[in-house]
Ligand binder design. Structure first.
Ligand SMILES: Cc1cc2nc3c(=O)[nH]c(=O)nc-3n(C[C@H](O)[C@H](O)[C@H](O)COP(=O)(O)O)c2cc1C
Length: 346
């Protein structure tokens, strides 16, 4: 076990979850600006993609792009070949990541049926080999997983992972085949932390599932004896979630201008970072995050969804901001304090 990162972080550790096509370098920087978590994760990346892109060039996938602003940053990888895993881990160590996380939780049927990600819950021997291989890279190694495959199997599965002496373990409180509509089971997550104590390992145990506020992070960590809590979709409802202990709906009631300025920062940074190298259309999923909860949100979203390039989107946003309703006395005005903060993102 490498004595770094996970032990250094403050308790409870506040973590932004890995989310494919969401938590790229741009969104991580937006979240860092709104309210920094203690730790970031990349989107999941196949070990072969870490090693070479389609043209055989190493380490050039957009998912590996990062800046010092997003550190400490853990690279999350997946795959089921220990030798590729060891080589990917070594490369990630050279690239300046702070840790490696092995995805053993993605429930997508096509992936798990091949014995990767959540499929590893049924291949504990291979899971152990992958962990040992990842450790060869020299970075701290963690695992993100679920409580079981077709039922909660926390004692068997989590117990097995903890015996591999990993630096951290994130447990999402659902099993792989469980409907995501059902609430995450925090008692099973608490059981994982209890198993760590029973075995006597000092692996940091992190809980994940349905958390929507900073207060929730603290309460759940305390109630279930956890080292930290990871939050994913909660930041869609409130990108400022890691900043303050306000109520979960606070961003929903924020001023339209504030939301649109944040969207504009995202748009500009996305363009600056990706320009033609990533599809403009991916950006549209973020419009839903920023444009909710005010009367003009829907028509504005529709206008933006009809755009197919950055310049037109910028114009739509500029038109909106120039005709935005006068703010209430004392309220945050578009173009005032918040606008100057967003300068750091440009
Ligand atoms: C759009 C999206 C993409 C995701 N991609 C990943 C991923 O790349 N790696 C991973 O381990 N989990 C991924 N997840 C799962 C999240 O990390 C997290 O475990 C899940 O959303 C539950 O946490 P939450 O209730 O706080 O959102 C993804 C989830 C979403 C919604």
């Amino acid at each position: 076990m490498v004595d770094t990162l996970w032990r250094r972080l403050p308790r409870p550790i506040h973590i932004l979850a890995p989310m494919e096509d969401v938590t790229d370098t741009v969104f991580r920087r937006i979240i860092a600006h709104c309210g920094r978590p203690d730790l970031f994760f990349t989107e999941f990346i196949h070990t072969d993609v870490v090693l070479a892109d389609r043209r055989g060039r190493p380490g050039v996938t957009p998912r590996l792009v990062h800046t010092p602003e997003e550190r400490p940053l853990v690279a999350q990888i997946w795959g089921n070949d220990p030798s590729s895993c060891a080589r990917a881990a070594a490369r990630l160590a050279q690239m300046g990541f702070d840790g490696i996380d092995l995805n053993m939780g993605c429930p997508v049927r096509k992936i798990r049926s091949k014995g990767a990600c959540a499929g590893l819950i049924r291949r504990p021997g291979l899971a152990a080999e992958l962990i040992a291989a990842a450790k060869e890279g020299g970075l701290p190694v963690s695992v993100k997983t679920r409580t079981g495959y077709d039922r909660h199997e926390t004692d068997r599965w989590v117990g097995h992972l903890l015996l591999q002496r990993i630096d951290a373990l994130t447990v999402h409180g659902r099993y792989a085949e469980q409907d995501s509509e059902e609430p995450a089971d925090w008692r099973e997550i608490g059981r994982a932390a209890a198993i760590a104590r029973e075995i006597g390992v000092d692996t940091a145990v992190i809980g994940n599932g349905d958390v929507t506020s900073r207060t929730g992070i603290r309460q759940l960590a305390r109630a279930y004896g956890l080292d930290g809590v990871m939050v994913g979709r909660g930041v869609f409802a409130d990108p400022y979630l890691f900043a303050t202990d306000r109520h979960p709906g606070a961003f929903q009631t924020a001023q339209a201008g504030q939301k649109v300025l944040l969207l504009r920062s995202h748009l500009r940074l996305y363009r600056e970072v990706w320009n033609d190298t990533r599809n403009y259309e991916i950006l549209k999923k973020f419009y839903k995050i920023y444009l909710t909860g005010f009367p003009e949100a829907e028509p504005l979203r529709e206008r933006l969804n009809a755009t197919h390039d950055y310049d037109t989107a910028e114009q739509v946003v500029a038109d909106f901001l120039s005709s935005a309703p006068a703010p209430a006395p004392g309220a945050l005005r578009p173009g005032s304090a918040f606008a100057s903060q967003t300068e750091v993102l440009r």
